[in-house]
Design a protein around this ligand. Structure first.
Ligand code: ZN
Length: 518
């Protein structure tokens, strides 16, 4: 099998993935600022880096994934210079900032869990690491790359840039930043408009504050990720992930802080950034009315949506794009993803129940769901291996992993998985065709289809409530009985009832089963 290559934003090219300390892989992903409900754009990084973690685990690495919770210091505005987001929300709702944090952390966990994203190995919070943030700020002052001004501490970008390269990640040029920075609060305290806060003196109305050597205040946003990634993953770790919008200033600042505090040692080997999500071709914004939260999506509760889309449909939709491509959310695109999802689940149910035919007598007690093996000898009579079909199956399985190894191209991997699904569908409607491939290849197809779909891509059948299956089993039993009794009016009525709950009867020569209506 070929090796994994990932696109490194730092080098602007795909690089062979080689962990710093095999077999361990450390991944840090910037988590949410917990002051409002997660929107569809917030769903992408957890899903993308969940698949990365799952795939690395499959490849045999021991993965430690750290995803933080930002519960202080992330200020409003593009340049992170406005009011603290959590503090402001708390003031507006007239509750404690920690109530805001607790409430939205719970909500975040709920929606991200429903997307079948594994919980990170460590989920540190910024407020849980104030001491470490003060310590590293002190260190950066000592190394001469930060200065105290009116109780706040700022990173000295110009000075840093004399020795290192501020802009190495994002490609920004410090001189240009001078001209592009607007006049904002605190600018007068800085030496250079591009300087950013490591510690901010708290205004009297600011609800979250701690003692420090410089003032009663709070840490800057960027320093928390430097501190927490280093604490749990080491001075230099393998992969830092996040949305592309975080590359500047957030990640650029993380590199600068780490190098300033640690003799120029680069904190991260591979920087990976997922691209953004648009809605109907436009950037999502509350003003344009195209701001959709994940909950609204799951409930179909938004003017732009014709119906609800389940978390697994959304997950599949996200993975149908390679993570460095933009994704355009639209009702139509989601509807297409929903169809695809149902096809995959029907295929998944079918292949899980399918067995390689063996010479046996038909078992009349077998019913749908359990795949009935046709009367076929294993060798000799009736078995004709079609090497072309075998080759197609083998090549398709190979192609899936080639796609995943090529910078986690889940879009292409899913396209190849769809080709395997076509084979499964042929086998389902005509089990005799299974013997066009050898048992060995059949087992490989079955195992890899389930592995890639469930374990690597993290997709699964969204099991309806237990009562749904009880009802379904009972209706299917009635259907079979009506069929035996040749009560065709009854057969049609049951078929219509099932259709109305999104289930179709698959009345095949060899078995009667049901499938999700695609
Ligand atoms: Zn971060």
């Amino acid at each position: 099998m070929s090796e994994l290559y990932v696109y490194n934003t730092l080098s602007r090219q795909k690089e062979k993935f080689e962990p710093i300390s095999y077999p361990h892989v450390g991944i840090y992903v910037c988590g949410p600022t917990v002051y409002n409900e997660a929107h569809i754009g917030n769903g992408r990084p957890p899903v993308v880096f969940d698949v990365l973690g799952r795939y690395l685990s499959y490849l045999g690495y021991k993965v430690r994934l750290v995803r933080n919770i930002t519960d202080v210091g992330h200020l409003l505005g593009d340049t992170n210079e406005g009011e603290d987001r959590i503090s402001k929300q708390a003031r507006q709702e007239r509750i404690e900032p920690m109530e805001i944090v607790y409430n939205y952390t719970q909500k975040y966990h709920h929606v991200i869990d429903s997307l079948n994203v594994k919980r990170p190995n460590i989920e540190p919070t910024a407020t849980g690491h104030i001491l470490e943030q003060i310590e590293i700020t002190q260190k950066i002052i000592e190394t001469g790359f930060a200065y105290v001004s009116n109780g706040s501490v700022y990173f000295d970008v110009a000075k840093y840039n004399e020795k290192y390269n501020y802009g190495e990640l994002s490609g920004r040029v410090v001189d240009e930043l001078l001209n592009n920075t607007r006049e904002l609060d605190g600018q007068a305290e800085k030496h250079h408009p591009a300087d950013f806060a490591l510690w901010k003196k708290a205004a009297p109305e600011h609800l979250m504050h701690w003692n420090s050597p410089w003032s009663v205040g709070f840490p800057g946003w960027h320093i928390e990720c430097t501190v927490m990634s280093r604490k749990y993953l080491g001075d230099t770790f393998d992969i830092h992930g996040g949305g592309m919008d975080l590359a500047f200033p957030h990640h650029e600042c993380e590199i600068a802080q780490a190098k300033a505090a640690n003799n120029g040692i680069a904190p991260v080997k591979y920087w990976m950034h997922n691209n953004m999500i648009t809605v109907d071709g436009k950037k999502m914004s509350k003003a344009d009315g195209n701001f959709i939260t994940l909950n609204e999506l799951f409930e179909g509760n938004h003017p732009l949506l014709s119906k609800a889309y389940s978390p697994m449909v959304v997950r599949l939709f996200i993975l149908q794009a390679q993570y460095r491509s933009t994704i355009d959310f639209s009702d139509k695109a989601l509807s297409d993803a929903q169809k695809n999802y149902k096809s995959f689940i029907n295929g998944l149910r079918a292949i899980k129940n399918m067995v390689y035919p063996i010479a046996t007598t038909p078992n009349p007690s077998l019913q749908g769901g359990e795949f009935e093996t046709p009367l076929l000898p294993k060798e000799g009579l009736g078995v004709v291996i079609d090497t072309k079909v075998e080759e197609e199956v083998k090549q398709t399985i190979k192609d899936i992993f080639v796609a995943l190894n090529d910078d986690l191209n889940t879009a292409l991997a899913l396209a190849h998985l769809l080709n395997l699904l076509k084979k499964i569908n042929i086998f389902m409607s005509n089990p005799a065709k299974i013997t066009t491939i050898s048992e060995e290849i059949f087992v490989e197809l079955k195992e890899k289809f389930v592995l890639v779909f469930e374990e690597i891509l993290g997709l699964k059948e969204e099991t309806p409530k237990g009562a749904f299956y009880v009802l379904l089993d009972s209706l299917m039993a009635q259907y079979r009985l009506a069929k035996e009794e040749k009560a065709y009016n009854k057969v049609d009525a049951i078929r219509a009832n099932l259709k109305s709950i999104g289930v179709v009867v698959k009345d095949m020569k060899h078995a009667i089963d049901w499938a999700y209506d695609e």
